[in-house]
Ligand binder design. Structure first.
Ligand code: UGA
Length: 437
């Protein structure tokens, strides 16, 4: 099948390469020439485990072309829209500019029978609006909404072997024809038995934001319990282990700590709340405001805790921040809790040095005021306190004895409840964590 993919970010690039690897002829288009040049050379424009190999395979096969000219999409039967929907600059709502532009740019090249497939996360109601745009400009073409659930850091595996595939389609024969086309696109995962759910547009759009809202709520729930553990003298990790044994609750996504960040969960819960307000159903998701507030309080608490262990003020004190990415196995620093804490400490006058195995280049762009090093020992040298804010394996496995020789003060704050407390304490460290007495 000949398929086009518009938008070659974390989602689109991996999707395009996976489609090519599974035998389709794919043309990927992005407005950013640097990204396109990197992909054309077989180089991933971001850090994503396994993506280099998938990309190399796709490029070697000759089935993945990339470019900046949207005219290249002509002749494709299916067009995936994979552009970003960031938070608006002046409100919590999603900014749909890129989605609208991408769909508009496709219109001159659509032929009857073509399927335009939205993958971006959008406010409910967007698909119905765009369907009208598509059918008005290209009679016989159809719009489908096919949300994506991949996690950064696991994008390749999640794309090749998704948990489920959701099609949002119009009713009747048009929708049925589009389903047949999508089944051919996803022949490989469907053959593995991946569940396929066919729904209407609003349900498909809501599935995506409902899933991310649930995940965000689960994290903030356990972080609320962490707040209780801190004041009551409990241990949130033991609590999570204990409640997680109940299969109705489940232990996954119950890791307390600095909370969620990234390009999806924070902006998605805010955009969902804004859209629900517009629809007059704001009360139904008002709890997401609390989920957001709990999440932000973790960052404030980490800054407070740093001041507390330094005797009341961070001003002029040397702070080693281990972690800049919003989670391990990613170089993404969008709304990163780690980078946010580092910036707040810097703002409060601390002498902050940030290190991360992958995210130093991206962090430098986002927070240029901070001092960075890619050398973890350099970051630790002379530190009055060490903050572990992203749970990279490299940080979890640090030798507390060796680290103790580098720092000025042996105090470690475990922002992700990721360290072996007993080992650090045995090496003479004062250990403090969010959610542990
Ligand atoms: C999230 C969803 O998990 C994906 O299913 C979805 O497709 C994606 O958003 C999206 O909308 O595109 P992602 O943002 O890559 O994926 O990252 P997650 O693995 O969900 O982690 C989000 C944040 O929650 C990270 O900052 C992580 O450190 C934090 N987290 C995660 C916790 O604090 N505790 C946990 O137990 C799990």
């Amino acid at each position: 099948m000949r398929i086009s993919v518009i938008g070659l970010g974390y989602l689109g690039a991996v999707h395009a390469a996976a489609l090519a690897a599974s035998g389709h002829e794919v043309v990927g288009v992005d407005v950013d020439p640097e990204k396109v040049d990197a992909l054309a050379l077989g180089k991933a424009p971001f850090y994503e485990p396994g993506f280099d190999d998938l990309l190399a395979e796709a490029r070697r096969s000759g089935r993945l072309q990339v470019g900046t000219d949207v005219a290249e999409v002509a002749g494709s039967a299916v067009h995936f829209v994979c552009v970003g929907t960031p938070q608006s600059a002046d409100s919590p709502a999603a900014d749909l500019r890129f989605v609208d532009t991408a769909v508009d740019s496709l219109l001159p090249y659509l032929a009857p029978g073509d399927v335009v497939v939205g993958k971006s996360t959008v406010p409910v109601g967007t698909a119905a609006r765009l369907a009208d745009v598509v059918t008005a400009a290209a009679p016989g073409a159809v719009l489908a909404w096919n949300p994506e659930f991949l996690r950064e850091g696991h994008a390749v595996d999640d794309t090749l072997h998704p948990d489920r595939i959701v099609y949002g389609l119009p009713a009747g024969e048009t929708g049925e024809r589009a389903a047949v086309v999508l089944d051919a696109v996803y022949a490989a995962p469907l053959a593995e038995g991946v569940p396929r759910i066919v729904a209407d547009y609003p349900t498909a759009e809501l599935v995506k934001v409902a899933a991310n809202s649930f995940l965000a709520t689960k994290i903030s729930f356990i972080n609320a319990m962490a707040e209780l553990c801190e004041v009551a003298g409990g241990d949130v990790t033991q609590l999570a282990d204990a409640i997680g044994h109940d299969v109705r609750i489940g232990r996954r996504f119950l890791n307390a700590g600095l909370g969620f960040g990234g390009g999806c969960l924070p902006k998605d819960i805010r955009a969902f709340t804004a859209r629900a307000d517009e629809l007059g159903a704001g009360e139904a998701v008002a709890f997401l405001g609390e989920v957001d507030r709990i999440n932000n309080r973790r960052r404030e608490r980490m800054v407070e805790l740093t001041a507390e262990v330094l005797g009341g003020s961070v001003a002029g004190r040397r702070v080693a921040v281990l972690g800049a990415a919003f989670k391990p196995e990613s170089d993404d620093v969008r709304d990163s809790p780690a980078l946010d804490v580092a910036a707040r400490l810097d703002q409060a006058g601390a002498d902050v040095v940030v290190t991360d195995p992958q995210a130093v280049p991206t962090a430098r762009v986002r927070a240029p005021q901070l001092t960075y090093t890619e050398d973890v020992e350099e970051a630790l040298a002379g530190a009055d306190v060490v903050l572990v804010l992203t749970e990279w394996r490299q940080f979890r496995e640090l030798d507390p004895v060796r680290v103790g020789e580098l720092v000025a003060g042996r105090t470690v704050l475990d922002g992700r409840l990721a360290l072996d407390r007993a080992g650090w304490e045995a090496a003479g460290w004062r250990y403090r964590a969010l959610g542990r007495a």
